[in-house]
Design a protein around this ligand. Sequence first.
Ligand code: NAD
Length: 374
Amino acid sequence: MLIGIPRETRPGETRVAATPETIKKLTASGKHAVIVASGAGTASSIPDAAYEAAGARIGDAREALHADLVLKVRAPVGDELASLARGSALVGLLDPFDAAGIEALARAGITGFALERLPRITRAQSMDVLSSQANIAGYKAIILAANEYGRFMPMLMTAAGTVKAARVLVLGVGVAGLQAIATAKRLGAVIEASDVRPSVKDQVESLGGKWVDVPYETDEEREIAEGVGGYARPMPPAWMQRQGAIIAERCKQMDIVVTTALIPGRAAPRLVKAETVAAMKPGAIIVDLAVEQGGNVEGAEAGRIVERNGVKIVGLTNLPALVAADASALYARNVLNFVALSLNLKSGEYAIARDDEIVQATLVCDNGQVVAQK
Ligand code: NAD
């Protein structure tokens, strides 16, 4: 079988779906060949020569897309789709909520695996691209905030006087939020955090953060807040209103606010209103990691840093792509572990593991048809 590693063509996409390390493992059996599009790894600091040394052949864009099994970061764009071979398999972040995109893949005769749909079970953890990339986004959010912030993060006592530690609020404490807390803590900030899921409180406190509680007033609120499958559900308007009031008060005290709240398949919940931003301290920084899903912060703009009354709102997108080399290394290992469900890396035996619940959950199109989510 020929395995293709295309160069990603979306603007700003610096990641690549395979590294020399994973290519060695994919080809170890001697039964499969890998073709890497020339320059596919350049933005992740992997030169073509490193792929060649690992046993891959360097080809052009079409050759890499026209393989039997194509490993990608993002769903095909532009003329990429036309280069994919009918009957081939495609693994990547295929954007399963983009119905038109999945339909187009189905029509092209692709067997598509969308890694966003990996179930959150222990066995799938080593393949969990959302977690590996959210971890990086949480780290980079704090680094970006520190860069924009006109003051120190840690408390300093110097001969010229004392500098106060930055106060950081993290809203939404999933994988990205936890890493944002851990990174801000390492830089010496004082941290507060909040989430809709009550189970997160202990995690925040164990990282040295203070929990900002938004109490539940009904059993219905408490039940919805538990979420499903590790993911949050939309909260009732009454709870959102109480949350908004509590957050507005906390934001007035903050130097940096990082928001990461997401609900799969829906617009991101609005957590910080324009009037809350207007009441924040001049020089404060907000980083909205949910900006591509509509934003947690009113006034955030995707791809831009905007200033509102002296408060900067960072709406840069695809933060993992700003840490390209490590993002690619982790993504490529996730992809390898997923492929290894169907490909025996030792013997080289390959058959799509259709009985495996992980493979089933990620399958979005097959035999010319869109596969409905169970
Ligand atoms: P996510 O990216 O979907 O959302 C980020 C956070 O936003 C979540 O913590 C969510 O509860 C929160 N949120 C949503 N709406 C909110 C609102 N209105 N107000 C405040 N917060 C809100 O979540 P994620 O990072 O993918 O992780 C979700 C959970 O799944 C985490 O607890 C994580 O540890 C767990 N997880 C488990 C596994 C596994 O067991 N295999 C793998 C990955 C993640």
